[in-house]
Design a protein around this ligand. Structure first.
Ligand code: ARG
Ligand code: ZN
Length: 855
């Protein structure tokens, strides 16, 4: 049942016009489609439509009822006409749709999620992105229950009818038409009772666009940040790329039940409410940032995704990698470039590198897919964005922009491939990017081995590249890797030279002239998504921390200083060098020249996951033990210094303002150090932060510290929070995430208790991810406990979740997939759980992962 990129064929038919009629009903929604069909070419094959509806009632061709056949999720119709009108009537069952794909009803709202292949759950169709159609949609529904009935494009008509049964109920109908031809995955329908926040945006050419944000009743005050972010996104895309919005209306609907972050349906984005709703009392700085980024992301899709879409789903990174890159640029322009880069590097080095070394590793343009939902991955999205970024580095800002302009000029209104994108970039710049394209076809994280030799007159740098986790056949196609660098004088840290070298051979030497001893800074700004194998002394790393121009590399060297301690030389060397780490932390703490936001990053303790990813064989106990020891030593040496700094960070101005965000972040990092101390002053301090704060960021920071300090303290704060924020599900999610990360065995009892809370529901993905997702991903102490209890817990959970929501279950299996990376005992325990799962009847989603994990 796998599909292959190499088998791509153009569609047998096109559908220039699609008309849809919906009679909304909880269990029996009637969907009628009227499709103008046009044969593509001279062939005489019958019509085969993708079909996953509950029941097909009738099929008509040119008004005449005709035979049809439904098997294996296909609707087959015998027809040899070149052009005809096809009508199909089906029913679907939205209220029992817990998979949240296709048309579903949750919390009183009807909504749709069609990407990638769920339009076929609504009506039979050529459900593939290279079939573009103009959609006209009529919705009938109870006027009182569903005052807002929405679809893509423009509202062109509406009216009232009385139902022709005995009920005499008033039905309202609305008719929408989207003039832009689009593939079925961009279709959307929403019906419900909302509060509506409105604004307008005047485009660069002077058109006024109505902006409409739909939120649950009573939540209007929580929509302002999202709306402001939308306005910023629209202005940014005009300024940076010259791209203007193309409809008179832009609608965003926030729903509580959603599998992903959001969806870019043409003119009608559907959002997970987590990425819309915010105010100071209930949202953290991270939430504010996430809203701005996701609002931007979906808006930017209007050009990179909607106007120019994908030929087939193997090309997903064409729109996702590019749109993530664009939202990253946007976030950097709204805030800080280096803070953004640190967070991208963390995503790459933890989640993406793990995926790329595991059984589900795939190139950013996959070649084989069983369940497309499994390929909305950090590889396609984030590594995809890194690949776009490398093109940006190779071509420069204006060259990249010229490439984008040519891409739109050539392909506006079309469904195209990643090759088309790279060709536009190459042609606009008269560059040959043939070798660069290896990034699209090769999986695995490149490993770059660095060796350097200094003479009296030069530094000779030798780089070699390989894909250690990939088969030998992939090794002889070297990748094009832009390496941004700087030379620092050893004497006083002066910057002697900065630039970029292009590393595109298996092994290559670069010579830098210099007449004094230097330290080389490599991969500035994370210039390529690679693992660097380089031995630097502690002294060299500290030199970089102190003097590098690039703050990303200064942060990176701080991380390496930690890793040196954990990846471990012998104890005697360690004792002396641990003192060195403590001293550099002290240097950073006391240095008032370092910008607050950077200081916070420099002081951040590397996450368990980012440490684990640097080991060939992972032993969680070892990592956690050494990390705890170091933290303990730091806090013993520096308690007073850190405590004094925290005391200085009071009365931070509320609001999502860069300076306040930075101060709150620094305070959080410092508090995290303190929470590892048993000093009873710390308990008082945590309580004080919790009580004094008038924003959610500091409250969550207090929860996090309490979780480390003592479970009793955490319980106390949670109890208060639960009464202060009754019925607020987004705050509830923050509480359960803290609970799920309690690093002791009591976590199981606590999770069970919170799963009984009236706000918890295993049908809501946000609730499930916040509680169980946090345990699986962010509680290494318990999840990786040597008993194997954590693995068992995950397997039992997946068993149940797969029945309710396969897409969610499939996302949450990821930590088990890396089983081969662990030391023998855990490896065995993890494999046992995968084997258990493989014996069950699984969804396609989970089946694909479990079977690939077991090889
Ligand atoms: N295109 C959406 C986004 O990036 C993601 C939708 C994914 N949906 C899914 N069922 N996998 O922005
Ligand atoms: Zn996207």
């Amino acid at each position: 049942e796998a599909k292959y990129l190499k088998d791509y064929q153009t569609p047998d038919f096109f559908i220039p016009e699609t008309e849809l009629f919906f009679n909304l009903d909880d269990e029996h929604t009637l969907v009628r489609s009227k499709l103008q069909m046009k044969r593509n070419g001279e062939h005489t094959r019958g019509l085969v439509l993708d079909c996953q509806v509950k029941q097909v009632l009738r099929v008509l061709i040119n008004g005449n009822q005709t035979d049809f056949n439904v098997e294996q999720e296909q609707l087959k119709i015998d027809v040899d006409l070149a052009e005809f009108e096809l009508e199909i009537e089906v029913t679907v069952d939205p209220i029992n749709n817990t998979a949240l794909e296709g048309l579903y009803k949750s919390a009183g709202v009807f909504c749709t999620q069609c990407e990638a292949e769920s339009f076929r759950r609504i009506t039979p169709y050529l459900d593939r992105p290279d079939v573009l159609s103009v959609f006209t949609v009529t919705i009938f529904a109870d006027a009182e229950l569903y005052p807002h009935m929405l679809s893509n494009g423009n509202l062109i008509d509406s009216g009232l009818v009385t139902e022709d049964d005995d009920s005499n109920k008033q039905l309202r109908w609305v008719k929408w038409r989207d003039p832009h031809p689009k593939p079925s995955y961009l279709f959307a329908l929403v019906a419900g009772d909302f509060d509506l926040l409105t604004d307008t945006f005047v485009t660069q050419s002077g058109r006024t666009v109505d902006l409409e944000l739909f939120v649950d009743k009573g939540n209007l005050h929580l929509g302002h940040h999202a709306m402001a972010s939308l306005v910023k996104s629209m202005a940014w895309d005009e300024q940076r790329y010259g791209l203007e919005y193309d409809l008179d209306k832009y609608m965003v609907v926030a729903v509580d039940f959603f599998n992903m972050g959001a969806m870019e349906n043409k003119g009608l984005n559907v959002f997970n409410s987590k990425y819309v709703l915010a105010d100071l009392n209930t949202a953290t700085d991270i939430d504010y940032h996430g809203i701005e980024a996701v609002i931007g992301h979906e808006y930017f899709h209007n050009w990179t995704g909607n106007r120019v879409t994908c030929r087939d789903w193997f090309q997903l990174s064409l729109k996702e990698g590019l749109t993530v890159f664009r939202d990253q640029q946007f976030s950097a322009d709204m805030g800080s470039e280096v803070i953004e880069r640190i967070s991208h590097a963390n995503v790459m080095r933890t989640m993406q590198f793990a995926e790329d070394s595991g059984p589900m590793a795939h190139p950013i343009r996959p070649e084989k897919v069983i369940e497309m939902n499994n390929f909305y991955t950090v590889t396609v999205y984030d590594k995809g964005a890194e690949v776009i970024r490398m093109m940006h580095s190779l071509l420069g800002e204006s060259g990249f922009r010229a490439g984008m302009d040519l891409y739109f000029k050539r392909h506006d209104g079309n469904a195209v491939t990643c090759d088309d994108f790279v060709s536009a970039m190459a042609d606009a710049n008269n560059k040959d990017l043939t070798q660069f394209q290896n990034w699209y076809s090769q999986a695995g994280t490149p490993s770059v081995v660095v060796s350097e030799k200094q003479t009296d007159t030069a530094l000779e740098l030798t780089l070699s590249q390989s894909l250690p986790t990939r088969p030998a056949a992939e090794q002889n196609k070297p990748l094009v890797i832009p390496v941004k660098y700087e030379l620092l004088a050893n004497s006083d840290g002066r910057s002697l030279e900065r630039g970029t070298v292009i590393f595109d051979k298996t092994e290559q030497m670069f010579t830098f002239n210099c007449s004094e001893p230097v330290t080389l800074v490599l991969f500035e700004n994370f210039s390529a998504p690679v693992k660097v194998q380089r031995t630097l002394t502690q002294e060299q790393l500290i030199h970089i921390v102190k003097y590098a121009s690039d703050a990303f590399c200064r942060w990176d060297s701080m991380q390496s200083l930690w890793l040196q301690q954990i990846n471990g030389a012998s104890d005697t060397i360690l004792d002396k060098s641990r003192q060195g780490l403590i001293e550099v932390i002290e240097y950073v703490l006391n240095n008032d020249d370092i910008e607050t936001s950077i200081k916070a990053e420099l002081l951040t303790i590397p996450s368990y996951t980012s440490i684990a990813e640097t080991f060939d064989v992972i032993n969680p106990s070892h990592i956690l033990k050494v990390k705890a020891e170091i933290t303990q030593q730091i806090i013993e040496s520096l308690f007073e210094t850190i405590n004094a700094l925290v005391q200085n960070l009071t009365n931070i101005e509320d609001g999502y303002i860069q300076s306040s965000v930075a101060q709150r972040r620094l305070k959080h990092i410092l508090l995290t150090y303190l929470s590892h101390s048993k000093n009873s002053d710390v308990e008082r301090l945590i309580r004080q932060v919790y009580l004094d704060s008038t924003n959610m960021t500091e409250k969550v920071s207090a929860l996090e510290s309490a979780r480390v300090y003592s479970v009793a303290l955490l319980d106390d704060l949670l109890k208060d929070m639960d009464t202060q924020f009754t019925d607020n599900v987004l705050v509830f999610d923050k509480m359960t995430s803290a609970v799920a990360r309690i690093p002791h065995a009591e976590v199981y009892g606590k999770m069970a208790l919170w799963a009984e809370h009236k706000l918890f529901s295993d049908k809501n993905p946000n609730r499930v991810r916040s509680l169980f997702g946090a345990f699986i991903m962010n509680n290494p102490e318990q999840f990786h406990d040597e008993s194997g209890k954590g693995y068992q817990f995950l397997a039992d959970f997946l068993k149940k979740m797969d029945k309710l929501n396969p897409q969610l279950a499939s996302r949450m299996i990821s930590p088990l997939l890396s089983w081969q990376r662990y030391e023998p005992a855990r490896k065995d325990l993890m494999k046992q759980q995968l084997t258990q799962l493989s014996k069950l009847e699984l969804s396609k989603d989970l089946y694909e992962k479990v079977s690939s994990a077991l090889g």
